[in-house]
Design a protein around this ligand. Structure first.
Ligand code: ZN
Ligand code: FE
Length: 239
């Protein structure tokens, strides 16, 4: 199983999870159609599944046309069945989704939206976190409560350290400025920022991160109480 990063729109990432043993693939959060088609073009890969973390336009924009072109099956959270275009499979919290050689646990992680989920490919140690956990940041709370977001991040925190994190946006460098401001003596963070700067300079994605890196460096995972988390989230909104 390999993951290909597909940059979309301004700073979104869609991801292709490709199983080379049978040339089948899932796409996570196709913001738009074109970059996904461009990648698949001339390759013998069948886009079997479209996985949506939440209903925002920059995560579902490609659903309709990709489904039409490849006959893909669209998956999303059951409570968002009215908001996720072309949805076929209604997922539930804690469900294990299995198809072909793909296996993922669905985790309901409300906060950014009420119906946000992530896809934990636990056999492959990969997680697709949409707009809930970013590298060195977390999503804005649009529909949920601070407490929901805090609990959702805590769920992700408990996954194995080596789990690779694939998030919905390239916000890492900007996020790092907020982290270092509030955590100025964190050596792990300083080292990570050096790496991030190199990657950005070379035009490379800063993704994937890992649970370990985020536990060490992400200020939103390093706060252990709801009150200081909420305060930080407010500060970040005006940063
Ligand atoms: Zn979003
Ligand atoms: Fe987004």
């Amino acid at each position: 199983m390999r993951v290909e990063i597909i940059p979309c729109l301004q700073d979104n990432y869609s991801y292709l999870i490709i199983d080379d043993s049978n040339n089948s693939a899932c796409v996570v959060d196709p913001s738009e159609t074109k970059p996904v088609i461009n990648f698949l073009k001339n390759k013998n890969i069948n886009l079997k599944y479209i996985l949506n973390t939440h209903h925002h336009f920059d995560h579902i924009g490609g659903n309709k046309d990709l489904k039409k072109k490849y006959g893909s099956i669209v998956l999303g959270f059951k409570n968002d069945s009215e908001r996720i275009p072309e949805i076929d499979v209604l997922l539930e919290d804690n469900q294990i989704w299995k198809a072909e050689n793909f296996t993922a646990k669905i985790m309901h992680i409300p906060g950014h939206t009420t119906g946000h989920i992530c896809f934990h490919f636990f056999e492959n140690k990969l997680i697709f976190t949409g707009d809930t956990l970013f590298s060195l940041g977390c999503g804005k709370i649009f529909e949920g409560t601070y407490e929901e977001m805090f609990n959702s991040l805590n769920k992700i925190k408990s996954l194995p350290n080596e789990t690779k994190i694939y998030c919905g946006h390239e916000y890492t460098l900007n996020n790092s400025k907020f982290c270092i401001k509030h955590d100025p003596n964190n050596l792990n963070l300083k080292n990570k920022i050096e790496n991030i700067k190199k990657q950005v300079k070379d035009g490379l994605p800063t993704i994937p991160s890992t649970i370990k890196d985020e536990l060490d460096c992400n200020i939103f995972l390093r706060t252990n109480d709801l009150e200081s988390f909420s305060k930080l989230r407010d500060l970040k909104d005006n940063f």
